[in-house]
Ligand binder design. Structure first.
Ligand code: NAP
Length: 644
């Protein structure tokens, strides 16, 4: 089994090439062919793509530009084929020119090293540790425990394995995959394109869909666990209940629930990889226990409950509901969708599409095409596109509807997409168009499935607040009873309660949750004062809103953690503990950054979102660029820590 497969040579005639080019993503194919053939003339100035995410397909190319680009690609592909598909001898200078074509000269120097890592374009895993424990501390008795075998935990395991650091993963489930194992609701899929939502060192050029369904992602993470030798290190059905720092020994002692009772386990360092969206949140609605039919949370979908022909009430309209409502709407008799807050939705026509055959064909034959496609996604869904449009412009005169002119442009584009779809149902428009600025809460992707579902005759969108749950269904504030046989709570997760329900006790007996008091903070989202050798992955303020993939963040975090372990081992230290003043200054900067973003600005104060703690502080989101996080986490600064 291999995640990435060897490329195939091109032997097909020009007519076949012309046919597959109909499916090509042109800006990234031009980039790949220019890189592979070192023919920079392919990068014509008039074909410079527009990197705004909503600029339209093909980097906003007009039909004429598309024809020109296809003709150039056809000629280049034919030349490459006729030369015998030689191995590319691309240089860094060529890479610079190709990247500059997309991101422009100003950003190039800053982003080049990051992109070389992120794309793994040289065929080398540049984020792998460049040290090993046998090399720096062969005799140290040192062992790491990782909590969770989801995306981040597996990643930490891969890196520890590469560094030769002994580790164990404690996983509460019977399988790896984390969120992609637990969420099995109908229609569950990722909404970050998969050529980007994947490890930089385990890229797949043959994703079947652009945005993979849950099962495909679960297979990917399973495959990674196998291919990188992680599986034997995972102890399944091992749930960490508590972790306590032993000051005398400088180690963490873990209390673990296993099928054969509780166990304790000692580790020198502890990595929490439990995610932010792990613990389902049920609402506190009067009468919930009275309901006499089946009721379950979307993340604990009860597949034993048949929905066909039933009256179903769905409470919540976030990312999960937006995916399963269109699927179950087809099979249920009646569907009542209870919405508290509408969501901004960006039109993404290809959201449910398979990778077209021609594009898949090209990915398997053109060297680095999948890399450059990843690069395109990285840039247009990352720092190169939306971030500036969600930053507050204090001089903008209409803060009630947008935070800046660019943000207002997002609002106009998304509103136009709603209007277009609801030309035949204008009554729905005031219910689905959000009153708040885009990115005050999570933006969803949609290919039309959501509104198509709401328009069905068997579906009703209810926006009256919920008063109570009765034996028979849901009663809203206007006194209407919405009868239901089944209730699905799509009410999200306890995102601000990081690391719950585990009890974590640090130096001097301090309890992590008491310390946080509902306001989780960490340095770089990773380390917390008085919790030596505890490292958090996807911790506080490491979620991204409109830029990037969380896999990217985890890769930055894990490299940083490995850097910390190297400092410990090479320096013959037992522990490192982040200096409180470093942690506090960092968090002041984060808070100030978030206050200037749509989700943390005063205009978002009254918008419900899981981006905020109950106190109103944004404890989840990173407010800066991907580049900034990469810079800050590239390697730990010893001066930030106290070593013992
Ligand atoms: P969510 O976005 O937090 O949505 C929860 C929904 O339940 C919201 O509509 C919320 O209304 C509503 N709600 C909560 N409590 C309620 C109450 N007491 N009464 C009425 N309504 C209530 O949760 P989610 O949809 O599970 O998604 C969570 C996150 O998981 C996403 O934002 C995303 O990051 C991740 N996710 C990703 C994907 C993907 O990649 N495609 C898919 C699913 C989930 P308010 O809006 O008013 O709070």
């Amino acid at each position: 089994m291999s995640i990435s497969r060897p490329l195939q040579p091109i032997r097909e005639d020009d007519a076949t090439l012309a046919k597959v080019l109909a499916d090509a993503h042109l800006p990234s194919l031009l980039a790949a062919l220019a890189y592979v053939t070192a023919d920079l003339a392919l990068l014509r100035p008039e074909l410079k793509p527009n990197t705004f995410f909503l600029a339209g397909e093909q980097g906003g190319y007009t039909p004429e530009q598309q024809s020109e680009a296809r003709a150039l690609c056809l000629a280049a592909l034919a030349r490459y084929r006729d030369a015998g598909c030689p191995k590319p001898a691309a240089s860094e200078a060529t890479l610079r020119s190709v990247l500059e074509f997309v991101i422009g000269p100003d950003a190039l120097d800053a982003y080049l090293p990051l992109l070389q890592e992120e794309l793994s374009i040289a065929g080398r895993d540049l984020r792998a540790p460049d040290w090993t424990k046998p090399g720096v501390a062969p005799n140290a008795d040192f062992r790491v425990a990782i909590i969770g075998a989801g995306m981040s935990g597996l990643l930490a395991a891969v890196r520890l394995g590469q560094a030769g650091v002994p580790y164990v993963i404690l996983e509460k489930n019977v399988e790896v995959g984390g969120t992609w194992y637990e969420n099995t609701y109908p229609g569950c899929r990722v909404d970050v394109a998969n050529h980007f939502y994947s490890y930089s060192f385990a890229q797949k050029e043959d994703w079947p869909q652009r945005f993979s369904p849950q099962g495909v992602l679960l297979d990917y993470f399973r495959d990674c666990a196998e291919e990188f030798g992680v599986k034997p290190h995972v102890r399944f059905q091992h749930e960490v209940l508590a972790a306590e720092f032993d000051e005398a020994r400088g180690t963490w002692r873990l209390r673990v629930r296993t099928p054969s009772g509780e166990e304790t386990l000692e580790a020198n360092a502890l990595i929490s990889a439990v995610g932010q969206l792990n613990q389902p949140k049920l609402p506190e609605l009067p009468g919930m226990a009275r309901f006499r039919g089946p009721a379950f949370h979307s993340a604990r979908w009860d597949h034993s409950v048949p929905l066909t022909g039933k009256r179903v009430a769905v409470i919540g309209t976030g990312a999960s509901a937006a995916q399963f409502v269109p699927v179950i709407a087809n099979e249920v008799a009646e569907l009542t969708v209870l919405q508290r807050t509408p969501n901004w939705m960006f039109p993404v026509a290809e959201y449910h599409d398979d990778v077209p055959a021609g594009l898949a064909w090209l990915f398997r034959r053109v060297p680095h095409y999948a890399h450059f496609f990843r690069f395109w996604l990285f840039w247009t869904t990352g720092d190169g596109s939306l971030l500036p449009r969600v930053e507050v412009d204090p001089a903008w005169p209409h803060p009630e509807r947008a935070v800046s002119a660019g943000n207002d442009e997002l609002r106009a584009l998304a509103t136009a997409a709603f209007e277009l779809q609801l030309a035949d149902r204008p009554d729905l428009l005031p219910k689905v168009v959000p009153p708040y600025p885009p990115a005050s809460k999570r933006i969803l992707f949609d290919n039309g499935a959501w509104l198509a579902a709401l328009k069905r005759p068997n579906v009703r969108l209810v926006t009256e607040p919920i008063r109570e749950i009765t034996e028979r269904g849901v009663v809203t504030a206007d006194g209407a009873e919405h009868a239901a046989d089944v209730i699905v709570y799509a009410t999200g997760f306890q995102a601000s309660r990081f690391l719950t329900p585990m009890r974590i006790t640090g130096r001097g007996g301090v309890d992590l949750h008491q310390r946080w008091d509902g306001n989780a903070r960490a340095y770089l989202g990773i380390t917390v004062p008085d919790f030596p050798n505890l490292f958090l992955l996807y911790g506080p303020n490491t979620n991204i809103v409109v830029n990037g993939s969380i896999v990217y963040f985890s890769e930055c975090e894990v490299r940083y953690v490995l850097g910390c372990l190297r400092l410990l081992l090479a320096g013959r230290h037992r522990t490192l503990d982040v200096r409180p003043e470093v942690h506090d200054a960092y968090n002041r900067r984060i808070d100030s950054g978030n206050s200037r973003m749509a989700w943390g600005a005063p205009s978002a104060a009254h918008v419900n979102s899981w981006y905020k703690s109950p106190s109103g502080r944004v404890a989840q989101n990173w407010p800066f660029t991907l580049l900034e996080y990469w810079r800050q986490t590239k390697e730990p600064r010893p001066g930030d820590y106290v070593f013992a």
